[in-house]
Design a protein around this ligand. Sequence first.
Ligand code: FAD
Length: 409
Amino acid sequence: MTTHQAGEVLIIGANFAGLAAAGSFSSAHKVTVVDASPYLEFLPNIHELISGFKSPELLRTPKKRLIDRMGHSFLEEKVIELDPGGCRAITESGKTLNFDVCIVAIGGVNDTYGIPGAAEHGLPLKSVADGREIYNRLSALVQDKPECSVVIVGGGLEGVESLGEVLRRYRSNKGLRVHLVEKETVLLIEEPKALDREIRKRLRKLPVTFHTGQRVVEVEKDKLTLASGEVLPADLTIWTGGAAPNPLLAQAGLASGPNRWAMVNKSLQSEVHENIFVAGDAAELPRPLAKQAYYALDMGRCAAANARRRLRGKTLQPLCALPRPSLIALGDLDTYLVFGRLAVAGKGLAGLKEVIFQYNMSKQDPPLAWPSLFELQERLWSGFSNLILPRIFSPFSIPELGVVRLLSL
Ligand SMILES: Cc1cc2nc3c(=O)[nH]c(=O)nc-3n(C[C@H](O)[C@H](O)[C@H](O)COP(=O)(O)OP(=O)(O)OC[C@H]3O[C@@H](n4cnc5c(N)ncnc54)[C@H](O)[C@@H]3O)c2cc1C
């Protein structure tokens, strides 16, 4: 049992939202950060692991180093129980963590919607380890079975970006067939419709079949059945079907049921427990925001500022989250920049995605000491050798980098 000091802050979950929250407290505060995973993982680029375009080390950095630098304590543990009324959380090893204010930033979990076989046979893409596993399984499959079929379930951002990476590495393999299944009638349902048309046009001559407007009803080791009765051969199934709320939200009474996100007010304070703030993907605002990393960062900072205000007895402030453009990569075939109804496409936009990755990783882990400096150098070299070096040896491809096509207004 730990002793309790007044003004203690507990942050559960330390990836985008939790780390942004932790970084917003000075070392004068007593802040404990607990997370089940030792690494900050840059999830927006994990699809690049599938092709080997990026390696796992480039996409993660030790949380302990970042949190030590902030002057807070880090505990690598899973929280299995949160008791807002009792102001305490219990970890898997049985530790009790007391708090006056708690920030919950635990993201979501992979959702297989109870579809038989999906959890056993579908490979999720929710972490660096997942991305590496897909890379390993795909490499072995293509080597052992030249005539093979890969099925991607989900035609949202994760599914489309995974498709791009499979094609980046294997599109010249004559025996590979890729199927993408999506329950909506278009790909990327939340984006302008022009993207769906553009992606289908771009992949017309490649070995890809889209099964849109189709639901998966069963996944087996080597096949997948759709609601229409069609059976697709599946030597490998990549499952990007979506995210479900973390069960801890319902256990703590922050959500109204097991499949609900935590309801918060405009200041990210729980609708149920005043001493709890929820940030990032786990939070459901009165007007929900897209579950994106840049909003998670804004929410983490806002939750921390309001936690401090609550400790001082001051009035809470509402979250200010401005919409940002999103970048969607289709491997090395194309990249799309979307802002509201505006969508543009161009291969050169891949450079912008890389710059955003490099900038955010360096911001999270400033190169102030040796391990961080070394990791920065590794990331920069990887960006240079993957994106710039091939162009130097293929100068005729340089002009196409400057071409940006307007897809919709
Ligand atoms: C494949 C993929 C591609 C994406 N692409 C983009 C993109 O291009 N742009 C964009 O903006 N966003 C993108 N996103 C979404 C973005 O990654 C999420 O919005 C963001 O990660 C949410 O941050 P978070 O801090 O709320 O949750 P997470 O990043 O999920 O972090 C949650 C943390 O909580 C910890 N945790 C969970 N449960 C417990 C527990 N019980 N005890 C202790 N710790 C716990 C986890 O270990 C984890 O570290 C993508 C996501 C995926 C999966």
